[in-house]
Design a protein around this ligand. Structure first.
Ligand SMILES: NC(=O)c1ccc[n+]([C@@H]2O[C@H](COP(=O)([O-])OP(=O)(O)OC[C@H]3O[C@@H](n4cnc5c(N)ncnc54)[C@H](O)[C@@H]3O)[C@@H](O)[C@H]2O)c1
Length: 307
């Protein structure tokens, strides 16, 4: 597909802002559509808009070739506390983006899903073919992402709107939301406060450096990415306590921590395979976990007062 003009919903957020930077760097004519002003550059082309405002979304996506849809309630704890409002945002927001794409004949909608969709899977080793139903996920956030995935598939079948579903691994890196695990641990370690690990100490994720994640998102734009689902994830299996031990190496000292109770609806981790993205898109993560954490740590200490 010849794609020039791209709109990123949620482009002012953590992942969205990196995606916008990378798209601009690769020469795409890139626009942010977000309720929040972008804070990382003042040269961004920005539309202040709500994904729940369908007429505005239709107006602003006229002439756009592809939409990356990232705007959502991404914080699972906020989601837990406000399930109705969050579900309206995450599901109706997706329907609105699909409607705008349908009305304006947009070539592709690329959707930010999550590895949490594997929460109900019976297997430990999962890929895009893994059967997700009828095992219900444990978190309503996950249900909103699964519902959105189904809407994308429905819109393709019913109205010919092409899609790519991108199941993000758990990202970390520069600009990470302060409520996420890595900045929380770094902040506590710097203040010599004891870290609390919520949940079983063997819980793990394949954390992905945000720059690797957004390169994976851009690879999904390729023709080979059309009407497919991709896992875009890290390769290393990192237990939550491994974040602490890696930080100990980087900081050169011991960090105190304790294991706490299970978090409601927590995702206990699966081994997510990324072979499909490697084979079809030629993408794989470039940064080893420890190196990426070191980059982020250096950035964090320089920008500590700004995050
Ligand atoms: N960070 C993660 O761990 C993670 C993992 C997997 C998937 N995801 C998904 O990736 C996407 C981006 O996540 P993030 O971590 O960058 O979150 P974020 O909260 O930093 O960014 C979300 C952006 O959406 C915007 N937004 C919220 N409501 C909006 C509305 N009504 N209209 C327009 N914009 C609105 C926010 O202002 C924000 O800039 C989300 O869809 C999230 O579910 C995130």
């Amino acid at each position: 597909m010849t794609c020039k003009k791209i709109l990123v919903t949620g482009g002012s957020g953590f992942i969205g802002s990196h995606l916008v930077d990378a798209l601009i760097e690769q020469g795409y004519d890139t626009y942010i559509y977000d309720i929040k002003d972008p804070v990382y550059h003042n040269s961004y082309r920005y539309i202040q808009g709500d994904v729940l405002n369908l007429p505005l979304l239709i107006k602003e996506t006229e002439g756009v070739d592809a939409i990356y849809h990232l705007a959502a309630e991404a914080n699972v704890n906020f989601y837990h506390n406000a399930p109705r409002e969050s579900t309206i945002l995450n599901t109706i927001g997706t329907i609105n983006v699909l409607e705008a794409a349908r009305v304006n004949g947009i070539q592709r909608v690329l959707f930010a899903s999550t590895e949490w969709v594997y929460q109900g899977a019976k297997e430990l080793l999962v890929n895009e073919e893994t059967q997700l139903y009828p095992n219900a996920p444990d978190h309503i956030y996950t249900s909103s992402k699964l519902a959105s995935e189904l809407y994308l598939i429905n819109y393709q079948k019913l109205y010919g709107v092409d899609y790519t579903i991108i199941r993000f691994g758990i990202p970390f890196g520069e600009r990470a939301r302060p409520q996420t695990v890595t900045p929380i641990f770094i902040s506590k370690a710097l203040k010599n406060e004891k870290i609390t690990v919520d949940g079983d100490e063997n819980n793990f994720r394949q954390f992905i450096y945000v720059k690797d994640l957004v390169n994976g998102c851009i690879a999904c734009l390729k023709e080979e990415g059309k009407n497919h689902i991709f896992n875009i994830n890290g390769m290393e299996k990192i237990r939550i306590v491994d974040i602490i031990t890696t930080l100990e190496k980087i900081m050169g000292r011991r960090i105190e921590y304790e294991i706490h109770r299970e978090r409601a609806g927590n995702y206990t981790g699966r081994i997510v395979q990324i072979e499909k993205a490697k084979q079809l898109l030629g993408w794989e993560p470039q940064d080893r976990y420890e190196d990426a954490l070191r980059h982020y740590y250096m950035w964090y200490i320089e920008n500590e007062n700004k995050v």
